[in-house]
Design a protein around this ligand. Structure first.
Ligand SMILES: O=P(O)(O)OC[C@@]1(O)O[C@H](CO)[C@@H](O)[C@@H]1O
Ligand SMILES: [Mn+2]
Length: 441
């Protein structure tokens, strides 16, 4: 088989990868430093002098990191012992092994973008865990919570819609049910517009009611495999024996508004009987600013439950109940915060691969997951999605993603070129979206 194409990299001056490493990531680091600074008195109240010293230490480690990056220093091994430290350092050696002698060491602007960007978030985590007693501090928590609070109006609209739908679900015919499923899928897609790493950690909440715009946004869905998802799940529902299950796994992306849209979809899948179990996967450490951790997941459900809006709090109570009764299952795995492409999962994390194989359908939310599905490589726009997955296929799967990186496969001949001619930034603004399916058709 032909070798896969080269990785996206900061080496390509002017590319989105280059601009991210040059501008956006340092901005995120500066914000993290500022956040630690602003919590100084809180650390003092909690831990006394030790808290103040820890704050200083974390800040100096992050400043050092920012300097290494901005001066394109070699990528150094991780030092603090943690569950994934050895795997990370082995991966760094692997990156070294890909270089010629004259290339020297892997460096920020020279190595694959996916690797250096993941490494940056892993180093932020290292700076925090090296600074006890504030070693459980999430430098991105505030902005994730802010995104949730600022999206309240949309959240109320979505929860109200869901509760009304629940009441009438029995009266819907097949076509109406499919229509409602498609609506909630699109809400979950556009929910992915709101991530915080794209805006350098700046506000990206959802203030308007997204449901009113679904029709207007349809032309921006470049690949639309929603029909395949419907066929798959409605078939499962029809052919399911009494006690058997239909399991949908959702590989989560951002917390805040996007997570709400995912949980709304997950709730609908259960009460419409399109699925009987939903499994979620989040990040074990703070990641790409807005990604969901178990803390964010539990926090959000709790907030929703305690809302003073009747239908919002009803959603929260239902969601808590799904978790308690095991109809919703949350999984943690270090693989999601490693730098590997997903085609390496069966070797690097065979237990996770085996878990995903139990699903009838896996939904991969967001841009970073798409980059990892396709290896973050310079594929031609027309290469089939299946080919770009390079052997990753634990179960039928679908990427639900708005485009925020210079990578897209599975387009019609000429489609990418046409978009590029009229809108030079079409790949990176989050304006376009896809539902891209790989599985039996
Ligand atoms: O996975 P998400 O939340 O949809 O997007 C993550 C993201 O903002 O981070 C990277 C840039 O730093 C890009 O790949 C992408 O735009
Ligand atoms: Mn994200």
């Amino acid at each position: 088989m032909a070798r896969p194409p080269a990785s996206l990299s900061g080496r390509d001056v002017g590319s989105f990868a280059y601009l991210t490493i040059k501008d956006r990531i340092p901005q995120i680091l500066t914000k993290a430093i500022d956040t630690l600074h602003r919590h100084k008195s809180e650390f003092f109240e909690k831990h006394g002098e030790k808290g103040m010293e820890a704050e200083k230490k974390a800040i100096s480690l992050l400043s050092k990191l920012r300097n290494e990056m901005q001066t394109d220093k070699p990528i150094i091994p991780l030092v603090e012992k943690f569950a994934d430290t050895d795997i990370w350092n082995q991966y760094l050696e692997y990156q070294q092994s890909l270089l010629n002698e004259s290339d020297g060491k892997p460096r920020w602007f020279y190595s694959p973008w996916l690797f250096v960007e993941c490494y940056m978030y892993r180093r932020i985590h290292e700076a925090v865990i090296q600074s006890p007693p504030i070693d459980d501090f999430d430098v991105f928590r505030e902005s994730k919570e802010q995104n949730f609070f600022e999206s309240q109006e949309s959240i109320i609209a979505l929860c109200t819609h869901l509760q009304e739908l629940m009441k009438t679900i029995e009266d819907l015919d097949e076509n109406q049910l499919k229509h409602e499923f498609f609506k909630l899928l699109q809400i979950s897609l556009w929910g992915n517009k709101c991530d915080l790493s794209l805006t350098g950690g700046e506000n990206s909440s959802q203030k308007t009611n997204i449901m009113n715009y679904l029709e207007d946004l349809k032309p921006f869905i470049l690949v639309n495999d929603m029909e395949h998802l419907w066929s798959l799940l409605s078939n499962c529902k029809k052919t399911r024996e009494k006690e058997s299950i239909t399991r949908v796994d959702i590989v989560l992306d951002n917390s805040g508004f996007e997570l709400i849209t995912d949980l709304i979809l997950a709730d609908f899948l259960l009460f419409s009987n399109l699925a009987t179990e939903i499994h979620f996967y989040g990040k074990t450490i703070p990641w790409f600013v807005s990604d969901t951790t178990i803390h964010d997941f539990n926090w959000l459900i709790d907030e929703v439950k305690h809302s003073n809006h009747k239908w919002v709090s009803k959603c929260g109570a239902d969601w808590e109940n799904y978790v308690k009764t095991g109809r919703w299952v949350y999984h943690d795995h270090i693989f999601w915060t490693l730098p590997h492409e997903f085609c390496a999962m069966s070797q690097v994390a065979p237990d996770l691969y085996a878990e995903l194989q139990k699903a009838h359908l896996i939904l991969f939310k967001g841009d970073l997951n798409y980059r990892k599905l396709t290896g973050d490589r310079k594929w031609e726009f027309t290469v089939p999605f299946h080919q770009a997955l390079t052997g990753f296929h634990p179960a039928p799967l679908c990427s639900i993603r708005t485009l925020k990186a210079e990578i897209q496969v599975g387009l019609q001949p000429g489609q990418g070129e046409q978009l590029a001619a009229s809108e030079p930034n079409w790949l990176t603004t989050g304006k376009y979206g896809i539902f891209q399916f790989d599985g039996p058709l």
